[in-house]
Design a protein around this ligand. Structure first.
Ligand code: NAG
Ligand code: NAG
Ligand code: NAG
Ligand code: NAG
Ligand code: NAG
Ligand code: NAG
Ligand code: NAG
Ligand code: NAG
Ligand code: NAG
Ligand code: NAG
Ligand code: NAG
Ligand code: NAG
Length: 792
């Protein structure tokens, strides 16, 4: 009976082959301007060599006598006994069964790959293997993709007959070894697989420019997904549309499912396709391989009724394994006519009942792309192991955000992907982690904190959380000591997030004031070039501030008295520009503006990408708006950086920060401290000495010797010119921080022109002697129109 069935089956299989081979090979017909994977391997396990075509037209090669499986010892090629015409013949109608460990070896190019494994757990004709006896491990290099895996139990749980598992792994060498190992825990267990697919992909998980890294939900921190991260796809949904078969994907052969089974509750919103005259506009940051047009071209919104929408959350739920972190990727695109402008549809996104992003206006995020321009946002959520259940629900919910009074009280989504991230030991399989494994995993996660996009106010920490984070204020974690107290490196969010923890000296009154100022300033301001406050703790007389951790320390750490390699001229310019942006934002972005009062190279921090961030706002002051033009105050600040006008007259304005920043610029140029008492008297103060050398035309003699080769003379001249202006005796003669920023950008532009070998035309230097600042405006529209004006 079984034999008859399988004969019939082989016959229909042959029909499929004949039918498809007469049509054009689908690979040749496809658009060659889109991404073309270097590898696109389809291995039909247990089948004879030669190609068999699946129903979607893709050609699969058998593994018998395949070069990927040179010696198939102790394996069996089998046909499932349970024939069912609703199950696709390729690749499910043949199986390779492994009684002992077996490795397929695929020669590949290095890079990220999708690995897809196809399983049809059935009993096998004329053999003693029954599906329930299969239990096995699958690994690739150091990653364990599956362990103690029972395809039968898994398909039964999904209420399906067959299944695909998709993984994304980065391969660093030229071979990909895929190993199947029967479980030793189970007697006579065997491993099997019906099909293996390997497709090269671009580095699709390294973040878009909107969020350069995925945000960890509930924090202001981000997680770096790099080549060490392996992922398993949990769900991939074409929201508001039908399922998309692999051949209709943008060459990565992903399957996108209909989202309706994942919607929670009875209110499901409404689905709609794009207007016919809207095209999906891809870009360098969002290329077509991120998701195909058919995904961005359909969406689900909350519906037409604003009052209904305000009373519910449009929610999707997926089941995930506890003990892992998940990457949640949300795809958005405005595709129908009324929603074409900013502030028409604005909404909040919640993940696991926490705010992932507030006030999302898709049109704004397209950065000018407008209707038809897709975006995606990445978030990370962690599901701790709990005793309650090894399976948990991941919630994604949308709700209108009416705070900006948008035209429509609505929300929408076009695509949703959820991926499980590997744990420390490279595992993706679900199993309760031991305490050891968890600790190890935390250490391994490469966590780097970056500028925040969240509007969350600082979080309040308990003292016990802080003690856990700093291992009871362990001296080994001290990364700095300042006037306020010690700074520790710590870990929060169960080890997911690395932070800098500043603990104030409890006895100091001044400390208490600075502590409050810092919290007030930083909880109001968020900027790429200001360090972010994660939160604080003021329990039991403690004054503790928790910041994003800056991997590359202070600017001073890279200038002198250091083991670090010297910074290039370009790096120095970029860091100064970043810091100037931060100070410019402080002066003008906040209402009323804020004077930092302690501008120095140790208060300019550098993250892992060398992005400069202004820190330490304990001394900062709000600028007066109405009553007078300066703040009268007792003089605070650091020696060597102090504005003489402020010092003598106690008149504090933004120009005091400009003066100190001038000292910073010379410190960066000369690679020496602002005050160096070991030098002859006339050289002790850098600001005095630099001004003297400028007047005596000997600036070139005090430049950091590490610099001389890579400096272009005109950019250097521009830099010195602006630094000198900052040090003018009278505040009124000094440029604003915006002017400083603008001129530093000009200097950087000159350097890059020099590097490109172009003659650099400086519209400013010709007139600079007379009035540098007035000449800037006329130049904005011409030569440097690509530079952003600080006044813009
Ligand atoms: C190929 O793709 C490019 C860019 O996406 C598009 O402009 C072109 O029309 C496509 N050609 C075909 C034959 O589909
Ligand atoms: C064949 O598969 C379909 C769907 O997978 C299922 O509903 C049906 O019961 C199966 N038939 C047999 C004979 O197993
Ligand atoms: C496989 O065989 C076992 C016993 O021989 C039987 O209980 C089971 O139902 C069969 N499974 C399938 C999927 O046909
Ligand atoms: C199946 O198992 C039985 C008992 O273990 C054995 O007698 C028989 O020879 C086996 N058949 C095959 C085909 O291995
Ligand atoms: C393997 O799974 C079975 C249940 O399917 C379980 O009883 C057993 O403990 C697991 N073994 C390991 C090593 O996890
Ligand atoms: C893959 O396996 C082959 C044969 O065992 C071995 O020579 C090779 O080093 C392995 N490659 C990797 C990347 O593990
Ligand atoms: C399959 O599993 C059953 C129950 O665990 C066992 O009795 C049987 O011997 C196993 N069959 C093989 C071929 O190992
Ligand atoms: C699409 O057509 C509608 C109606 O004809 C028009 O109002 C709209 O401007 C068009 N949109 C685009 C992007 O061309
Ligand atoms: C979110 O809130 C709902 C309703 O209060 C609750 O049922 C659900 O369990 C929560 N989900 C998570 C992941 O906390
Ligand atoms: C939507 O979800 C958020 C987060 O879970 C919750 O705070 C809010 O109350 C929900 N709103 C409605 C109307 O259910
Ligand atoms: C800068 O930070 C990156 C990322 O943490 C690190 O790899 C690099 O070594 C750091 N460089 C220096 C000079 O500290
Ligand atoms: C001023 O410049 C002259 C000539 O370049 C040089 O000889 C002299 O040492 C300089 N004086 C000081 C104090 O640097």
């Amino acid at each position: 009976m079984n034999t008859q069935k399988s004969n019939r089956h082989w016959f229909s299989l042959l029909l499929v082959i004949v039918a498809v081979t007469t049509t054009i090979d689908p690979f040749i017909a496809q658009n060659t301007t889109t991404y073309v994977p270097a590898e696109n391997i389809l291995l039909n396990c247990g089948a004879p060599s030669g190609k068999l075509y699946a129903l979607d037209g893709r050609a699969w090669g058998g593994d018998i006598r395949s070069s990927y499986a040179p010696a198939i010892k102790n394996t069996v090629s089998a046909i499932p006994s349970n024939q069912n015409s609703s199950i696709p013949t390729v690749p499910y109608m043949t199986t390779r069964i492994f009684k002992t460990q077996f490795t397929y070896t695929f020669p590949v190019t290095p890079g990220r790959k999708f690995i897809r494994l196809y399983f049809y757990p059935s009993n096998y004709t004329n053999l003693n293997f029954t599906a329930s006896n299969s239990s096995f491990t699958v690994s690739v290099g150091s990653y364990t993709l599956l362990r103690n895996f029972s395809a039968l139990l898994t398909t039964q749980a999904m209420n399906r007959d067959y299944m695909t598992k998709e993984f994304s792994v980065n391969v660093s060498s030229n071979t990909l070894n895929l190993t199947f190992t029967p479980s030793s825990a189970k007697e006579n267990a065997f491993a099997f697989v019906n099909g293996i697919e390997i497709v090269s992909t671009p580095q699709i998980f390294n973040g878009s420019d909107i969020f350069s890294q995925p945000l960890i939900v509930g924090t202001t921190s981000t997680l770096t997904i790099d080549e060490h991260t392996a992922l398993e796809t949990v769900v991939r949904l074409n929201v508001g549309g039908q399922s998309v078969s692999p051949v209709d994907d943008s060459r990565l052969y992903r399957e996108w499912d209909d989202d309706s089974p994942y919607i929670y509750g009875a209110v499901v919103g409404m689905t709609y396709p794009k207007d016919p005259n809207v095209t999906i506009k891809y870009s360098d940051t969002i290329p077509e391989y991120i998701a195909p047009p058919v995904v961005y071209g359909t969406a689900r919104s909350m519906g037409p009724n604003a009052s209904v929408n305000l009373n519910y959350n449009l929610t999707w739920i997926a089941t995930v394994d506890a003990g892992f972190s998940y990457l949640v990727r949300l795809h958005f695109c405005e595709i129908i006519n009324p929603v074409t402008k900013v502030n028409m549809r604005v909404f909040d996104v919640f993940i696991n009942n926490q705010t992932a992003i507030q006030g999302l206006d898709v049109i704004t995020y397209t950065n000018g792309g407008g209707i038809g321009a897709p975006i995606y946002l990445d978030f990370i959520v962690f599901f701790p192991n709990t005793s309650a259940s090894s399976q948990q629900d991941l919630w994604v919910a949308l709700h209108p955000d009416i705070s900006s009074k948008p035209v429509y009280y609505d929300a929408e989504l076009n695509g949703l992907e959820i991926f499980k991230l590997n744990d420390s030991t490279g595992n993706l399989y679900a199993q309760k982690l031991s305490a050891y494994a968890l600790r190890h995993w935390r250490r391994r996660q490469k966590l780097i904190l970056q500028s925040s996009v969240s509007s969350n106010q600082g979080r309040v920490f308990s003292i016990s959380e802080i003690k856990t984070a700093t291992k009871y204020f362990s001296e080994s974690l001290v990364i700095g000591v300042g006037g306020f107290g010690k700074v520790y490196r710590g870990e929060i969010n169960g080890g997911l997030t690395c932070v800098a923890i500043k603990r104030g000296n409890r006895l100091s009154n001044q400390g208490a004031h600075e502590f409050r100022t810092e919290i007030e300033v930083l909880s109001k301001l968020r900027h790429r070039h200001l360090v972010s406050l994660v939160g604080y703790c003021d329990e039991k007389d403690e004054m503790i501030l928790v910041y994003d951790f800056m991997a590359n320390g202070t600017l001073r750490d890279h200038l002198y008295k250091t083991q670090n390699p010297p910074l290039t001229w370009k790096q120095r310019l970029e860091i100064c520009i970043g810091a100037a942006r931060g100070f410019h934002y402080l002066h003008t972005g906040a209402k009323p503006g804020i004077i930092h009062r302690d501008v120095k190279t140790t208060n300019i921090l550098l993250d892992d990408k060398w992005v400069a961030k202004v820190s330490d706002f304990g001394l900062s002051k709000v600028t007066p708006e109405l009553d007078c033009t300066h703040v009268s105050t007792t003089v605070k600040g650091s020696f060597g950086y102090l504005d003489p006008e402020y010092f003598w007259n106690q008149k504090l304005t933004e120009k005091s920060d400009v003066y100190s920043f001038g000292v910073v610029l010379f410190e960066v140029l000369c690679g020496r401290p602002a005050m160096d008492r070991s030098l002859p008297e006339e050289q002790v103060s850098l600001s005095n000495w630099a001004m003297h050398c400028k007047r005596n035309n000997t600036i070139d003699q005090i430049i950091d010797p590490n610099l001389k080769d890579d400096v272009s003379p005109d950019s250097l001249e521009k830099f010195v010119e602006i630094a000198e202006k900052c040090l003018a005796n009278q505040g009124t003669e000094r440029p604003s921080m915006g002017d400083v920023l603008w001129n530093l950008e000009v200097a950087l532009q000159m350097l890059s022109n020099a590097e490109k070998g172009e003659s650099s035309f400086d519209p400013i230097s010709t007139s600079s002697r007379e009035g540098m600042m007035s000449s800037i405006d006329t130049s904005e529209d011409s030569v440097f129109s690509d530079l952003r004006s600080p006044r813009g």
